[in-house]
Design a protein around this ligand. Structure first.
Ligand code: CMC
Length: 431
């Protein structure tokens, strides 16, 4: 039988505190500590290692078993059978769409893919060599200056309109941040293409030539989008929720999520993986880098390895590994030195005692970085593509939070370790 109460006892005469326990439909039970503050104590949990900050119906992860479910559906089944818009609909509505619903949803998203023409001027204000993530943070944030007709976060219809706008426009924004880097004309969306093909078209087509996306690569890209669409309460999703918890508008909240995703310990890992492979340069240097990764005096880590939650296997990595081989075969790149190096590194790390004992396996970003590199996508766009995919999850989580009657402004407490009260010292008396 599951416990329904937990008791905190203290090693002095202080009265013990009884706290209720809550159970979800799956995963760890939680101790409801909301009343603790009234007893004059807080909990201390830097990095939220043991803290459930919200309740959610969207994504379930079991890190020990290597499970990832969106609204109850295993990621393997969704990646195999769905397209990205079906998965986005699932995240936003909690159910897979039927034929009429997906046709309707696809129509709505297609009708929002264009950007307001003035937004192209925002791109032009950036340096040409600006990182696409920097541009995306700026452009998505500036959407609140363009699409403010439906920004009442407590109105479900307004939330839906903003969600559709974000999902529809984010591929255009990501692709344009690349085109701007290159100095090529912006390509407008082509609504007869599907979501993944449309993005590839806006990335690689030019107005001068006909361009047809390769279907194997488009499907591989769609899998990258599906696998990255949501991932429970990770750093960027928690950021979106925290920013949104104050009633901030959806564009500001998602821009903050993109900023959080940019860090190399989170979404920046796929870009960092390719940078690391370039730095290693040759199979003969792998040992040297493995030694560095184990050396506690060296800050170097093997990028694309390890995960905060998945301690045995990242289920997304298994799917992406297979896709990675399909893409390398399709493009005849099996013997490319960079990809051989990646495969050798994977093999060595999987057998090395340091990595095995710490359960540090290649994560999804190790393989997605390799796939995107093979597709001709530059390293600097990897995290931007992660942001494009994760927008589906961010808006679903942001909407869920705003609809939740229990939601409150996020306001963590602290363990204060600074000076206690002292008297002001005039400047001429200070040491
Ligand atoms: N290379 C070498 N050692 C590592 C690595 C690594 N990539 N990751 C963890 N370790 C070691 C770490 O030094 C520690 O060793 P010890 O116990 O001897 O002190 C042990 O493994 C546990 O590490 P941790 O830092 O406590 O683990 P964490 O849960 O805080 O960190 C992580 C998780 C993903 C930030 C980390 O594994 C990492 O930095 N990996 C590389 C970056 C990366 O690939 N990130 C993408 C994650 S997947 C995308 C996403 O979902 O956002």
């Amino acid at each position: 039988m599951k416990p329904t109460k937990a008791t905190i006892t203290f090693d002095n005469d202080a009265k013990s505190i009884e706290l209720p326990m809550l159970s979800g439909t799956a995963g760890n039970d939680v101790i409801d500590i909301r009343s603790l503050g009234k007893h004059g104590v807080f909990t201390y949990d830097p990095g939220f290692m043991s803290t459930a900050a919200c309740q959610s119906n969207i994504t379930f992860i079991d890190g020990e078993k290597g499970l990832l479910h969106y609204c109850g559906y295993p990621i393997e089944q969704l990646a195999e059978h769905c397209n990205f818009l079906e998965v986005s609909y699932l995240l936003m509505h909690g159910e897979l769409p039927n034929t009429a619903q997906i046709n309707d949803f696809t129509g709505i998203i297609s009708s929002h893919t264009m950007l307001h023409d003035q937004l192209s001027n925002i791109f032009r204000g950036f340096r040409r060599d600006a990182h696409p993530m920097a541009v995306m943070i700026g452009v998505v944030g500036s959407m609140s200056a363009f699409y403010f007709d439906a920004m009442d976060v407590y109105n479900p219809q307004h939330r839906a309109i903003s969600a559709h706008r974000l999902l529809a426009k984010i591929p255009t924004i990501a692709a344009w941040s690349y085109k701007y880097n290159l100095g090529q004309p912006f390509m407008h969306p082509k609504n007869k293409l599907n979501y993944a093909e449309n993005f590839i078209h806006m990335m690689f087509a030019t107005p001068c030539e006909e361009y047809t996306p390769n279907p194997v690569l488009a499907r591989a890209f769609e899998k990258i989008l599906i696998l990255h669409a949501d991932h429970e309460q990770n750093a960027s999703t928690s950021t979106v929720r925290l920013v949104g918890s104050s009633g901030a508008n959806p564009f500001a909240s998602i821009a903050a999520g993109i900023a959080s995703l940019w860090g190399p310990a989170h979404g920046g890992a796929n870009e960092a993986t390719l940078q690391m492979l370039e730095e290693i340069g040759d199979v003969s240097r792998i040992d040297e880098f493995i030694k560095r990764a184990k050396d506690k005096t060296d800050s170097f880590r093997l990028m694309g390895f390890g995960h905060r939650v998945y301690r045995n296997m990242d289920p997304r990595a298994a799917i992406m590994r297979k896709t990675c081989h399909e893409v390398l075969n399709e493009l005849g790149l099996q013997d490319d030195p960079m990809f051989k190096l990646a495969m050798e590194l994977e093999k060595i790390a999987l057998e090395d005692e340091y990595f095995v004992s710490r359960k540090l396996y290649p994560n999804v970003d190790f393989y997605s970085g390799i796939v995107m590199r093979a597709m001709g996508i530059p390293n600097s766009m990897f995290t931007a593509i992660f942001a494009l995919a994760r927008t589906a999850g961010w808006i679903a989580q942001w909407s869920e939070m705003n609809a939740d009657p229990e939601h409150k402004i996020g306001r963590p407490r602290q363990l204060y370790t600074g000076e206690t009260r002292r008297e002001f010292v005039p400047i001429d008396k200070r040491a």
